[in-house]
Design a protein around this ligand. Structure first.
Ligand code: BTN
Length: 243
């Protein structure tokens, strides 16, 4: 596989998208020590100092664009499994893509898709893990909701080793995905999920939907039961767990 390593870039997702446009193959990896314009979901900024894992992968699965969001869940399962087995941490996944320790976020995933109407051209999956970083130095509004592996374990973790283990896990899970085993991966996801069973608020385009997250369907869509008992399918959005 092609690996592109940088000391500093604007955003590894941006670099990966450019490479994908120029024809870089599936499996191409872009890694940076720090990012000057790291991006989160919904146009948010992603703080990316040295010490974290900031990387993006180029994938070219032969799937309809509709199924591309499933790759976020596939990646989430691979990250969560890696943190569990390598660091012995009890991690959970908050739908659709936040990896949590307790109720604090330690990793985010940003999936960007380029496709025609019926086929995916490429998908860039960006992964940000707060590894050896001090979230006390983050802007105040992000501090309380975030944690890092170093803070949880009270020691530093070797990033190269963690990335290698993740790639091995991902290759396996992604291989299963391409063989049509998404239902099996979803089973794993459901076990790791902290969202199912929770009362949630989902924010999307200025609208808020409130209810109990009762499940996730075979496509990876969240099912929320509103207070009046009706079921709503939620494809994407910002999800808050309400206690
Ligand atoms: C989120 O939870 O909002 C997603 C965060 C994704 C951050 C990663 S870091 C590597 C890649 N490059 C970016 O600019 N963003 C993703």
């Amino acid at each position: 596989h092609e690996v592109h390593y940088f000391k500093k870039v604007d955003s590894t997702n941006e670099v990966a998208k450019k490479l994908a446009e120029e024809g870089s193959p599936e499996g191409t990896l872009v890694v940076a020590e720090s990012q000057s314009r790291g991006r989160g979901r919904r146009g948010k900024k992603w703080v990316s100092p040295e010490g974290g894992v900031w990387m993006s992968m180029i994938l070219r699965p032969e799937i309809p664009p509709m199924n591309a969001p499933q790759l976020t869940l596939v990646t989430g399962v691979a990250v969560a499994e890696t943190l569990k087995s390598e660091c012995g941490l009890d991690v959970g996944i908050k739908w659709p893509n936040d990896i949590l320790i307790g109720d604090k976020k330690v990793c985010g995933i940003l999936t960007e898709v380029s496709a025609t109407v019926d086929m995916v051209d490429y998908v860039v999956v960006g992964i940000g893990i707060d590894l050896n970083v001090d979230v006390d130095l983050f802007p105040p509004e992000l501090r309380s909701g975030a944690t890092s592996l170093k803070m949880e374990l009270e020691r530093e973790i070797q990033s190269v080793k963690l990335v290698q283990k993740f790639l091995i896990n991902f290759e396996k899970t992604y291989g299963d995905f391409k063989e049509g085993k998404f239902p099996e991966i979803l089973k794993e996801w459901r076990i790791l999920s902290t969202t199912i069973g929770n009362y949630v608020e989902v924010h999307k385009r200025g609208r808020t939907l409130k209810g109990e997250a009762v499940g996730i369907n075979k496509d990876g869509v969240l099912i929320v039961e509103l207070d009046d008992g009706t079921l709503k399918k939620v494809l994407s959005g910002e999800c808050i767990h309400v206690k």
